[in-house]
Ligand binder design. Structure first.
Ligand code: FAD
Length: 468
């Protein structure tokens, strides 16, 4: 296959770039080693679209975060994915106000709108669960939360509707340059392209080296996150940050896009790029720091935990460069990489625009519609859907009220694993963790995909649930 653009990696960076390139008259494909997109760093994070004021205004990552925050508002509307503009508060305990002033100055240099230092009375009124020890806080109204694992499929569906090819289970194993074209070999075949974009997250340094380029080495920094039961709802109206430390933004209180609360993450340098374990030590550290902000937090509120790895480099900034002609490396896309996603795509296109012709596609489809969420509808709307299609009347997941029709639609749109269905529909995300619905989903997958039960996986090869 010979293409204009070949993207390696289907996280927020690679998929945002695919979505952006789909606007132009170009042949584009995206290669992803996992069974589905968004199974890398972009799956396991805090889901915050940051204001951008937490990092230095001179850094590329900061500028791209501020721009990404602006762009998400438009993209979320066009692609119909949840974007919840809650705002954020960076809180200060006695003696810390000066540091807040400095963050505000940094934010003002970035022209972030609405920054304001609010006092104890305001906090008492607006955020009653917050510790009374907090003296004041910096309000950043432009922060928001999203579900990255819903955002990425939305970007991908729209890219595919505009002709981009998404090729999963395609692990890049070697790269060479031949007659000014890049030749990329994967576990499934060989692809040729004029431009290669390396957006391989934790493995971006290794991919660059395969192509003969020397880029900063990636060191993973693990972050453990803890999700609280939905019955506690959102404990705060906004995302709550303590004052940032040198290497981390600290332990946060995150009201999620789905209406529960998450606390975390930790920040620990590790050496294994596949170590996603969580620990008792991590949980205790997160709970202790989170209780300093919300004293009423209880151990038993936690229903789930996960860990994500930040792909950091010693440069401390994003490395987004065309290191060899026609080969763009995105290395060190650590936080705020999720926020920056759409702006990274815009930046890459601008970077190449002096020598690639970006001719707008004539029949470009700008909009995409989400799978209807049965649980969010009124009784009247639900009845109407059931009349249209009785499979909306068959509940598969009781905890999250997800119907058979929604599961089938997720499969039609590309879900190939139990996790892929979970991320698109919330099936298995409730308190029973799939004890009730997993078998039902497996039956639907077997029927719809024409595969035996033994071939149904949780997250791709090696995670089969039924062994023969
Ligand atoms: C705990 C935690 C919390 C965070 N919270 C936030 C937050 O709230 N807000 C924010 O803005 N940022 C946050 N971040 C950072 C953000 O998650 C990352 O910056 C972002 O997800 C990186 O996206 P990516 O596309 O570069 O990488 P990935 O999502 O990892 O995508 C890279 C893809 O490349 C694929 N790949 C790798 N090697 C190959 C190969 N050889 N062949 C083919 N494919 C390959 C991988 O499977 C993967 O899917 C957080 C990170 C962590 C760990």
């Amino acid at each position: 296959m010979t293409l204009d653009f070949l993207i390696i990696g289907g996280g927020i960076a690679g998929t945002s770039i695919a979505h952006e390139l789909a606007k132009y008259d170009l042949t584009v494909a995206l290669l992803e080693k996992e069974a589905e997109l968004s199974f890398g760093v972009s799956k396991a994070n805090s889901g915050i679209v940051h204001t951008g004021f937490q990092s230095d205004y001179r850094q590329l990552k900061t500028r791209l975060a501020v721009r990404g925050n602006e762009l998400y508002r438009q993209v979320a509307k066009l692609l119909d994915f949840p974007f919840v503009p809650l705002g954020e508060l960076v809180v200060a305990f006695p003696g810390e106000r000066q540091a807040l002033e400095q963050i505000r100055e940094n934010g003002e240099k970035l022209r972030i709108p609405g920054l304001e230092i609010v006092n104890r009375d305001w906090l008492h009124d607006q955020e009653p669960n917050l510790s009374s020890e907090v003296e004041c806080a910096l309000l950043g109204p432009t922060a928001a939360v999203i579900n990255p694992y819903e955002t990425i499929p939305a970007l991908a569906e729209n890219a595919m509707a505009n002709g981009v090819r998404i090729l999963c289970e395609n692990e890049v194993t070697s790269i060479r340059n031949e007659n000014k074209r890049w030749q990329v070999t994967t576990s499934k075949g060989t692809y040729r392209a004029t431009v290669v974009i390396n957006a391989a997250g934790l493995y971006a340094d290794q991919i660059a080296r395969m192509g003969g380029m020397d880029v900063p080495a990636i060191t993973p920094w693990k972050g453990e996150e803890y999700l609280l039961d939905k019955h506690r709802g959102r404990l705060t109206g906004r995302v709550i940050f303590p004052l940032p430390q040198k290497t981390t933004k600290g332990t946060l209180i995150i009201p999620t896009a789905d209406g529960n609360t998450m606390i975390g993450p930790t920040a620990e340098e590790i050496h294994d790029r596949e170590d996603f374990s969580t620990s008792r030590k991590g949980k205790e550290a997160v709970l202790a720091s989170a209780r300093r902000l919300i004293p009423s937090l209880r151990d038993e509120d936690i229903i789930a935990s996960f860990a994500g790895l930040r792909p950091t480099t010693t440069e401390g900034d994003f490395h987004i460069r065309e290191d060899l002609e026609g080969f763009v490396n995105l290395v060190g896309i650590q936080s705020p990489g999720l926020t920056a996603g759409p702006a990274i795509a815009e930046y890459v296109v601008k970077m190449l625009s002096d020598r690639v012709t970006f001719e707008p596609k004539r029949d470009y489809v700008a909009k995409r519609t989400a799978i209807p969420r049965f649980r969010e509808l009124s009784h009247g709307e639900r009845n109407e859907l059931i009349r249209e299609d009785p499979e909306y009347g068959e509940v598969v997941c009781r905890c999250e009220l997800v119907t058979k029709r929604e599961v089938k639609e997720a499969i039609r749109r590309g879900a190939r694993t139990l996790d892929g269905i979970k991320f698109r529909t919330r099936c298995q995300m409730g308190r029973c963790h799939g004890s009730f619905c997993t078998m039902k989903i497996m039956t639907i997958m077997a029927q719809e995909l024409g595969i035996p039960y033994e071939a149904v996986t949780k997250r791709g090869k090696g995670s089969e649930l039924v062994k023969t």
